[in-house]
Design a protein around this ligand. Sequence first.
Ligand code: TTP
Ligand code: MG
Length: 366
Amino acid sequence: MAPAAPVRKIIHVDMDMFYAAVEMRDRPELRGRPLVVGGRPDSRSVAATANYEARRYGIRSGMSCAEAKRRCPHCLFVPPDFEKYRRVSEQVHAIFREYTDLVESVSLDEAYLDVTRNRRNEPSATRLAREIKRRIFAATGLTASAGVASTMFVAKIASDARKPDGLCVVRPDRVMEFIRPLPVMRLPGVGKVTDAELARLGIRTVADLEKRPLSFLEERFGKFGRWLHDLAHGIDDTPVTPWRERLSYGAEETFARDVAKKGPLLEYLRECAGRVFADLGEEGKRARTVTLKIKYADFCVVTRRRTFGAFLASADEVFRAAGELLERTEAGQRPVRLAGIALSNFEPPRARADDGQPPLFRLSDR
Ligand code: TTP
Ligand code: MG
């Protein structure tokens, strides 16, 4: 029997009310008052984010500024300054990389760090998380919240649990009690559509989901059913994968206009898969992981990925994987500004993949 992999230590860091916090830091007159970063209230624009004072009025990211103004007439609105946020983001990411190379950036204000092994040789992820938060504050004057867990999805939920300036550690033996009460919407991959389907089956919380057998979920959701079943039992092997590594065999494109429908996105992904697969082949490399990156019109970025037991053998396989991953995003319901595919995971596959398993045997996905 192969030795069991050590329990991983993953930290998810997420800046608090990021754009708003940067603006309040630089403009003291904005502090202590409800604030939205986004367009003008009389325009058609939406709130990128709101500070906590504004959230008290029910104002949320993605809400139209007009609606925000209705809910809170004395709310302040400031336009976003993406260049500035990018600079802050670089400072924060430079701190992360002092601890480990295994940093997966999800957006300007959010990243996962696998610190199972780290440059400090520090065995306590909790202590590292505390130190990283302190360093971020010292360098930028901004607070971040962190979650510590042995899987990416639990670390992410944990970072949200004690906002702002929070630290939430979920030890492996505490995972189930932590996730059971959560609504299924908190699970990665569960959007409005899946949530509604689950609700029809009487499944609203992770505890409800945990009670359903694998066969029940697979019957209704196919392969995605196994994913749901795993998550409901606290299982997620998705590795923290630095996007930089993926970028070397990736292609992405910002569209001239936001794309509202899936059809044109799939067309682009087909072309993109061909290009990326060819690039990789030219280097004499083969890959097992396909990552799809989607940036919505509001600049929110999501990545979805799948790791196969065998190497991807054709551009068409890459495309089919990307198409399936697209189903786990909100593309088609939410306008998309950028899409991309990256291939990674170049080391040889495990022996079992070569001994008669179907070529696209799924090891993990997210
Ligand atoms: P979030 O981390 O989701 O939100 P936040 O940092 O503003 O607040 P929280 O304290 O709850 O983490 O997003 C980070 C930044 O990304 C946010 O400041 C603005 C931007 N953003 C958008 O532009 N559109 C969106 O729909 C969301 C959710 C975020
Ligand atoms: Mg944030």
